[in-house]
Design a protein around this ligand. Sequence first.
Ligand code: THU
Length: 161
Amino acid sequence: MAWKLAFDIFVTVYENESELEETALSLLQAARQATQTAYAPYSNFYVGAAVLLDDGTVVKGSNQENAAYPSGLCAERTAIFAAGANHQHQKVKMIAVTAKRKEETFFITANPCGSCRQVLAEYQQKQGTPIQVIMEGGQGKVYVCNSIDMLLPMKFTSLDL
Ligand code: THU
């Protein structure tokens, strides 16, 4: 007899960034700053990410595009790979992600793509502790997930190999 497997996905919605705790807000601000380094001449869509490590280090990343489109990389992966490469033994506590369009001054919804979710899941699995995700929600809203599990249920990890 077939049955349904259900998942509880919890996302905390902050109507205004001023309701965020200080660490999350300053990480989101770092992500917003990082949009300034985006290299996005093809999409004109500037994404910024900031990763907070256990020792308090913040590593920023932005999307880096390429004329051969698939060769480019998203902001989230640019940031977390830089953290892995330069701070190998530090756990990742939190990642903040934001986006804006060229010529516009306001920030818009930033949902990490599937590949970035998969990469974040790998780091979370490796370190054995949850990575919190702070996402720009648009119109002043901010979304917070306490684990990558909320963004990627039934994920493929090394445990499946
Ligand atoms: N992009 C990111 O940086 N992160 C995501 O999670 C989604 C998409 C970038 C890739 C590309 O440079 C641009 O946004 C448009 O897809």
